[in-house]
Design a protein around this ligand. Structure first.
Ligand code: NAD
Length: 258
């Protein structure tokens, strides 16, 4: 029943084979979606080569640089989608960034520029990409973003990223409320801690994972594939009545009081 054949899906946020976006791209491909992949380019083109080698087996029909701080790259990404695909069905927003200095120590010492950077890349980008996707989602669509428990609870060291995720989850509700009239659904997956490039910048990430393994009802954390499966569900007609929600894929950790 989970069939994404004929659906065009743009996946952002693949950096390497540990990326949650990589887990999502694989599951969307398995379900039959036609993929477009964006990456964050660097001066030497190292990231482009690395991500291209990784995603090649999934036969993406679009492969584009898209730094969400670069308006021109965003515009050309959606112009390419419009000319090559004509319509967009699925948008996966799976990216975040904060300076390492702002992911440990005293939250009260967060700098203005660190705050602005974290919120611009991790939160505003969802609004920006959803706004660009809206006119292309002519047959309805599904937008999925990634959040973390630190957006609703105080988690040691998560600091400014917790504020970014709180804003992201509120943005999911406002976007869902606006875009629902066009049958575009917007949801967030709140994933349990997974070792990735981004999470390794958060102070004490391994302790967080070990704590979850001891306390979560399933006595483990989750995998990129499990998050990918939930994303595929949220992008399919199986979830046609769900929008504006934060779905926890965290081995049950969120329900625990102690
Ligand atoms: N790993 C976890 O424990 C965990 C848990 C819950 C939620 N999340 C969220 O999942 C998402 C993906 O993170 P991940 O853990 O897979 O790490 P990751 O490092 O693999 O992915 C982060 C991605 O963000 C991209 N990025 C950073 N700045 C960018 C910019 N300016 N423009 C475009 N892309 C940019 C990076 O290139 C990278 O691909 C993030 O939103 C993260 O907060 C992660």
């Amino acid at each position: 029943m989970l069939d994404l054949t004929g659906k065009n899906a743009l996946v952002t946020g693949i950096a390497n084979n540990r990326s949650i976006a990589w887990g999502i791209a694989q599951q969307l491909h398995k379900a039959g979606a036609n993929l477009g992949i964006t990456y964050l380019s660097d001066d030497k083109g190292k990231m482009e080569r690395k991500v291209f080698e990784l995603v090649e087996p999934l036969n993406p029909s679009l492969f584009l640089p898209c730094n969400v701080q670069n308006e021109t790259e965003i515009q050309s990404t959606f112009a390419e989608i419009s000319s090559k695909w004509n319509k967009l069905d699925i948008l996966i927003h799976c990216l975040a960034f904060a300076n390492k200095d702002d992911l440990s120590g005293d939250f009260s010492q967060t700098s203005r520029s660190g705050f602005n950077t974290a919120l611009e890349i991790s939160t505003y980008s969802l609004i920006q990409l959803a706004g660009a996707a809206k006119p292309l989602m002519t047959e309805g669509g599904s937008i999925v973003t990634l959040t973390y428990l630190g957006g609703v609870r105080a988690i040691p060291n998560y600091n400014v990223m917790g504020v970014a995720k709180a804003g992201l989850e509120a943005s999911v509700r406002y976007l869902a409320s606006e875009l629902g009239q066009q049958n575009i659904r917007v949801n967030a997956i709140s994933a349990g801690p997974i070792r990735t490039l981004a999470s390794s910048a958060v102070g004490g990430i391994l302790d967080m994972i070990h704590h979850v393994e001891q306390v979560a009802p399933l006595r483990r954390t989750v995998t990129q594939t499990e998050v990918g499966n939930t994303a595929a569900f949220l992008c399919s007609d199986l979830s046609s009545g769900i929008t504006g929600q934060v779905l926890y894929v965290d081995a049950g950790y969120e329900i625990m009081g102690m």
